[in-house]
Design a binder for this molecule. Structure first.
Ligand code: URA
Length: 434
C-alpha cells in the first residue's frame, strides 16, 4: 500500500494491518516517507485512535526499528518504573536506589523534560559530572556494580520513537493514547527489562486531565505490556498539584535525597514506598504487601537507600559529595516570594501553571533544543489543605534575575485559591489496576 492509501485508511477510521504498520515504521526509520506524510498519519491516528491490537503491532514495530539491550548476563528479574510525566515528579531518583537497596536490579532509561513536565535526565545532570550518555557496556557495568543505573535513550534504541516523538511535539499529536503507549513501551521493551511499574499521572499537570482518559491509557499500556511478555503493575496517581514541594532540577535532587534519608514530603514518600514495594514484588524478592513494604522501609531507615544513591552518582561520574553537602549543587542567585493575601486554607493548586512558571524561569524547555538552567525552580511552601495567614510564603522562586521572575510571580499568584473551609482532597493514589 502507498503512504497515501495508508493515511486515507486511517483518516476514514479503518484498522491498519500488521503489514501497513510495519511499512509505516520502516519508512519512518529509513526516512523514506516525507515528514508531511508521517505527520498526516500521526494526525489521523490522533483523531481516529487505534485498537489495542494496532497499538500492540505499532509497539512491536517500534521495538524492532532498533537494537534491544541484552541484560541476560545479570541475574534476577530486571524491573523498571516509568511515569507519564508531571510537575515535581522526582520519584525515579528515589526509586531506583531504593529498590536496588532491596535487591532489585533496576535498569532505567529515562527522558528529558519538555513543556511543563520535568525529565529525570535533566535532574541528574544538575549533579556536577553526572553522565547520562552511557554506552551499553557502561550501563551493564553500572548495573553489575551498583544494582541500578539511569541513562538516556541511545540512538540505536527504538529510533522510530525518537523521530516520531520529535514530529508529534511540533504537530500537536503528543496527547494520543496509542502513540503514548507505543512510545513508552517500545523503549521499555528494547531496554531488555522483564517487569515494569507504570505510573499514569492524572490531573492538570499531566497529559491525562481526567480519570476516564487516565484509566483508558492505563488499560491500554497494561494490555500491550502484558501481550509483549512484560510483568506490569499499573497505577493512576494524582497530578492536580505538584508532587512534593520542589520543582526544578537541582532542587528536586535535594528533595529526592531528603526523601532517601526519611525526611521527604509525605506525598512523595508514600508514592516511592508504594512503587518500590511493587518493584520488590515483581522481582520476586517478597510476595506479600506487608513484607515487601517492611523491606523498603528498612532500606530507607537504615541509610542503605541513600548509600545506593551515592554509589550510583559515583559510578556514573558524578560528585558523590553532594549527598552530604547539597550546597555543591547549582544554586540560583536570588529568591523571590509569592505570599498569601488572606487567611484560610489552600483549596487547590494548579500543577500545570506551576510547571509552566518553572519552565519560564529556565528549569524546563519549550522546544527540544533549549538549554535549561539546573539552579532555578520553585519551592512550594504551602500545598492544598494547608492553612495560611496573610503574608505567609506560598512559593519561593529561585531565579537568576531578569524578567523571568516577574512572569513566574504573576503566574504563580494565579495558580492557587484560598478559602475559609478546608478542602476535600482527592487521594494521591487514584487507582491500581489489577
Ligand atoms: N513519554 C514518552 O516516552 N512518550 C510519550 O509519548 C509520552 C510520554
Amino acid at each position: 500500500m502507498s503512504a497515501v492509501e495508508i493515511i486515507r485508511k486511517k483518516r476514514d477510521g479503518g484498522t491498519l494491518s500488521e503489514g501497513e504498520i510495519q511499512e509505516f515504521i520502516e519508512a519512518v526509520t529509513k526516512g523514506t516517507w516525507p515528514e508531511y506524510q508521517v505527520s498526516a498519519l500521526l494526525m489521523a491516528i490522533f483523531f481516529r485512535s487505534m485498537t489495542t491490537e494496532e497499538a500492540l503491532l505499532l509497539t512491536r514495530a517500534m521495538v524492532h526499528s532498533g537494537k534491544t539491550l541484552d541484560l541476560s548476563s545479570l541475574p534476577g528479574t530486571k524491573v523498571d518504573k516509568h511515569s507519564t510525566g508531571g510537575v515535581g515528579d522526582k520519584v525515579s531518583l528515589v526509586l531506583a536506589p531504593l529498590a536496588a537497596a532491596c535487591g532489585v536490579v533496576v535498569p532505567m532509561m529515562s527522558g528529558r523534560g519538555l513543556g511543563h513536565t520535568g525529565g529525570t535526565l535533566d535532574k541528574l545532570e544538575s549533579i556536577p559530572g553526572f553522565k547520562v550518555n552511557l554506552k551499553e557496556d557502561e550501563f551493564l557495568a553500572a548495573l553489575k556494580n551498583v544494582g541500578c543505573a539511569m541513562m538516556g535513550q541511545t540512538k540505536d534504541v527504538a529510533p522510530a520513537d525518537k523521530m516520531l516523538y520529535g514530529l508529534r511535539d511540533v504537530t500537536a499529536t503528543v496527547e494520543c493514547m496509542p502513540l503514548i503507549t507505543a512510545s513508552i513501551l517500545s523503549k521499555k521493551i528494547a531496554e531488555g527489562i522483564s517487569a515494569l511499574v507504570m505510573d499514569v499521572k492524572c490531573g492538570s499537570g499531566s497529559f491525562m486531565k481526567n480519570i476516564a482518559s487516565a484509566r483508558q491509557l492505563a488499560e491500554m499500556i497494561q494490555a500491550v505490556g502484558k501481550a509483549n511478555g512484560l510483568q506490569i503493575r499499573t497505577l493512576i496517581t494524582n497530578m492536580e498539584a505538584p508532587l512534593g514541594r520542589m520543582v526544578g532540577n537541582s532542587l528536586e535532587v535535594i528533595e529526592a535525597m531528603n526523601t532517601l534519608q526519611g525526611n521527604g514530603p509525605s506525598d512523595l514518600t508514600e508514592l516511592c514506598i508504594l512503587q518500590a514495594r511493587m518493584m520488590v514484588q515483581l522481582a520476586g524478592i517478597e510476595s506479600s504487601d506487608a513484607k515487601a513494604e517492611l523491606l523498603v522501609k528498612r532500606a530507607l531507615k537504615s541509610g542503605q537507600a541513600l548509600d545506593k544513591f551515592r554509589e550510583m552518582v559515583k559510578q556514573q561520574g558524578g560528585d558523590p559529595r553532594i549527598v552530604d553537602d547539597p550546597t555543591r549543587l547549582p544554586v540560583a542567585k536570588h529568591i523571590a516570594k509569592v505570599t498569601a493575601n488572606s487567611e484560610g486554607y489552600i483549596l487547590e493548586q494548579d500543577a500545570y501553571t506551576v510547571g509552566q512558571a518553572a519552565m519560564k524561569l529556565g528549569a524546563g524547555r519549550e522546544t527540544a533544543e533549549q538549554k535549561i538552567d539546573p539552579a532555578v525552580g520553585i519551592v512550594v511552601c504551602k500545598k492544598p489543605g494547608e492553612k495560611v495567614k496573610p503574608g505567609d510564603t506560598v512559593y519561593e522562586i529561585h531565579h537568576q534575575g531578569g524578567g523571568a521572575a516577574t512572569t513566574a510571580t504573576l503566574m504563580l499568584a494565579m495558580s492557587f485559591r484560598i478559602g475559609s473551609q478546608p478542602p476535600k482532597l482527592d487521594p494521591l493514589v487514584l487507582e491500581i489496576l489489577e
